[in-house]
Every structure is written in C-alpha cells, then in structure tokens.
Design a protein around this ligand. Sequence first.
Ligand code: AMP
Length: 420
Amino acid sequence: MADIMKAPRGTRDILPGESERWELLNNVAQEIFGRYGYSRIVTPTFELTDVFQRAIGQESEIVQKQMYTFQDKGGRSLTLRPEGTASVVRAYVEHNLGASGPLPVKLYYGGQMFRYERPQAGRYREFWQLGVEVLGSDDPTLDAEVISMLNEFYETLGLKGLVTLINSMGCPECRPAYIKLLSDFLDSAEGLCPECEGRRKTNPLRIFDCKQPGCHETLKDAPKISDNLCESCERHFGSVKELLADAGVQTEHDEMLVRGFDYYQRTTFEVQSGNLGAQNAIGGGGRYDGLVEQYGGPPTPAIGFAVGCERILLALGDNIKGEVAGLDVFIVVIDHTMRKDAFRIARTLRAAGISCDMDFTGRSVKSQMKQANKRAAKSVLFLGPDEFEQGKIKLRNMESGDETEVSTDSLAGAVKGMLV
Ligand code: AMP
C-alpha cells in the first residue's frame, strides 16, 4: 500500500465541521466591514520579494527569518506573503486607487499568510488573516473608528476577556530624537540577547519586540517613545484615547508595544485574549503614514489591522457554532434502477432553489435513511417504481413524520410547501 501523505508541518486542513465556523467568521467580518463602508480587495498570494522587504524592515523577525522566499523559473525572487498590508499598499499605488474616488479608501481582505515560525498551539506556518486598510486620512477619528470596529467584530463573535493595548510610535519628526535617547540608554545596558546586541546599532526600537526575558527586563527602565512624542503626535494620541473612551472601547496604554513591522507610525494597537497561553495576540495593527510614499505613491496617511482567524476560533472554542446547513430533501430510491429518475428529480428541485442529495452507491433503503438523517434532511422523497409509474412520490416530513403522496408534476411546490 502507498504511504499516507501528511500536510506539511505548520499547515492544517480545515475540514467540514470546522469550515462552517470558519465561514461564520468570514460572514461576520464581511457584514461588519461592509457596514463601515469597506470594499474587498484580493491581492496575489506571492509578490516580488522587494514588496515585503521595503515595508516590513530588514531588521524585523519576519524579513530576517520567516519569509518563504524562492526563485521562480524566470529567476525572479518571489515571496509568499507574510502579511497583507504591503500587498494592499503596492496595489493601491499601482492602480492609483486614491485618484478614483473620495478619500479615504476603505479596503478589507482575507486570506492565507505564510511565516516560517516554530509551530505551536495557535502558531502556524500557514494561517489565515482578515484585515482592513484605510488610506487617505490621518484624522484621529479614523483611528478610533478602526479600533472600535475591531472591537465590535470581536464582540459580535462573542469573544470575552479581551484586552486592547494601545501605544503611539511617534513620527519622523519626533522618532529620531527618541531613537538617540534609546541608543544612549542601550549603550550602557546589559543583559541583551545576542540578536538584540546586533539590533542595538541598526534598529534599537526592534528590541522591544524581543520575547527574551533578559531584553524585556532591560527595556523596562528604557526611555519610552510615548514620553517623547512631539506636540502633534501627543495631541493625536490624546484624541484617539479620548474618542475611544467616549465610544466605550476599553484600552490599556502599553508603552512597550511596538509590534513587528517598521512601517508603523503614531497609533499602534494589539488585542490579546486571556485564554490562549503564549500565542495570545488575536489581532493588531496601526498607522503607517509614510508607507505609500515608500512605494512611489503620493503622501497618504493610512491605518489598518489584521486578525488571526485560527486564534479567534481557538479563543471561541465551542462558543461559536457554524450552521451546518441541513438538506431540504434527501431522495431515497426503493429500486436502484431508478437512480436516473432520482437524478432528474434532484436537478428539478435544485433548479427551484431546494437543496437536495441522493445515494450514489446502491445502499439499502435503511442505510439511505441513515444517510438522510446524517445530512439533517428536513424531508425525504421515496421513489418507488409503482407509485412513480402513476406519477406519484411519497414525501415524508422528517420532523413530524407526516407523509403525503405528491404529484411528480408539482414536486418543487409540494416540497416548498412542506418546508415553510
Ligand atoms: P501581525 O500581522 O503579526 O500583526 O499578526 C496579526 C494577527 O495574525 C496576530 O494577532 C495573530 O492573531 C495572527 N498571527 C500572526 N502570526 C501567526 C501565526 N504564525 N499563526 C497563526 N496566527 C498568526
């Protein structure tokens, strides 16, 4: 016998049973994002490697260690997308989306992301994100709207025990002076891991991302960006917090929150779930006001977030039940020579908008009934040769057990009448 093959490490199949919960998650996102005026954007699963290198930053974990980069047969360096923002911004600039309508442009996406990380509970090498990007406004009201929409998304799903951390990362005005302060502090700091020793000179802010306890401890005493904001960033951050409090969205200011991408400016945020263990971030995002320019576009302030679908489903556990759609009709054939008639009837019913299925394997009537029950069929049509000859079929309501004989000419109407 041939070997049974397995999905690659860090990937998983979403099987029926789970896929319904999956769909529900997507439907909730689509409904809420749509209500806030977002349109869907779909970008390729892989991009030229430079698209990600330019945005995410050479010093980031993602670019240094986690990208699935390969050369295609034409010698191009391509990378499976590790996140969504870079692709959306690339598409925004390539198609000049800012020119074709009023700003801001509100976009949402969903799809697989790829990161070469060590797999563990809630951490995969291929995982799904839903995300939004809004391009064309730096108004703090927009930051508040985006964060409160994220909050509404989680609330609608029924997630409990969440904490929304928020910080400001400053802007090109105030960040250089802060980086100098931080570098001075780090010059005499001890206890950094070897990797952060390297980052000390190249990108000291990235050290806040490091999960090593030694680095974390050292940075507790470091100067914090939110204490060193310019007046305009200070005002912006103050407004965002005020608007969120006003909207009843609870946030906690985390002055160590930096997040793993170089493109963030000003507002950054992360939502954590209390019941997920180490991989507790279920979503996060921030402002990236300078990024569109880095891709050759006009100055365009922007903000976005992404949520991790697997972690949301893990956090929800059994509290989210996707509807397993029951069939309207299962057709049971008493005599298997009648399968071709069942096929014709199934086509007629489906064309009338009725979901139905039938047996294809020559099972006994008893096991066809089992099949109907397994598929949660609301009704069963029994196709017997004698009745069928007379233009009649028996229809059973599976809930009440009532049976009627219906005419083959008015089958769809009879089934619909029974389903209401
Ligand atoms: P990020 O793009 O890193 O800001 O991540 C946004 C969200 O995606 C996180 O809050 C997680 O919920 C999810 N996420 C990130 N990396 C992974 C991963 N390797 N496996 C599963 N979910 C992930």
